[in-house]
Design a protein around this ligand. Structure first.
Ligand code: CO
Length: 176
């Protein structure tokens, strides 16, 4: 049983660095997880959320480019099958890294594939913000932290804040 509302896991929780597992069976638990993830994303004013960010190491993401529940979509086993266009700079944030922001360079266009909650396979050519969210969230499923994609200046600027998050994590871990 899921404990809802789901709590967002913060850096440096090790679940964020793990490669999440493929979902082979879409069952009630998957559907409950998806609904709870949408709720957690919307409540946190996020536009994307990956299951490892709620402590579940499985390949499912939710996104909503407007941040509204009505625009949210669920993507199971999402993968980038093609990318192209210019490499573009964009400032990203992440719910697992409160107050950390930095420029990440990514391809402008990606073609993504995924399954929906009925197990149907979809493919879409995306660009702009949606392409950005897909890439950021799929990175989470592969255990890739967005700060590792920062340039040297943003890495340096994030350093103190990351140190603070590491200290907060150590305090919480000691309490458990
Ligand atoms: Co993120």
């Amino acid at each position: 049983m899921l404990e809802t509302p789901l709590a967002i896991v913060h850096y440096p929780d090790p679940v964020l660095r793990r490669r999440a597992e493929e979902i082979t069976e879409i069952d009630d638990e998957t559907r409950e997880l998806a609904a709870a993830m949408i709720e957690a994303m919307v409540n946190s004013d996020g536009i994307g959320l990956a299951a490892p960010q709620v402590g579940v190491s499985r390949r499912i993401i939710v996104l909503s480019p407007t941040g509204q529940a009505a625009d949210a979509s669920v993507h199971i086993n999402p993968r980038i099958v093609e990318s192209g266009g210019d490499e573009v700079e964009f400032e990203e944030g992440c719910l697992s890294f409160p107050e950390v922001r930095g420029i990440v360079v990514r391809p402008e266009h990606v073609t993504a594939e995924w399954e929906d909650l009925e197990g149907r396979t979809f493919r879409a050519e995306t660009e702009g913000l949606i392409a950005r969210i897909f890439q950021h969230e799929i990175d989470h499923l592969d255990g890739i932290l967005f700060v590792t994609r920062f340039g040297p200046a943003d890495k340096l600027q994030a350093k103190r804040r990351l140190k603070k998050l590491e200290e907060e994590f150590a305090v919480r871990a000691a309490r458990r």
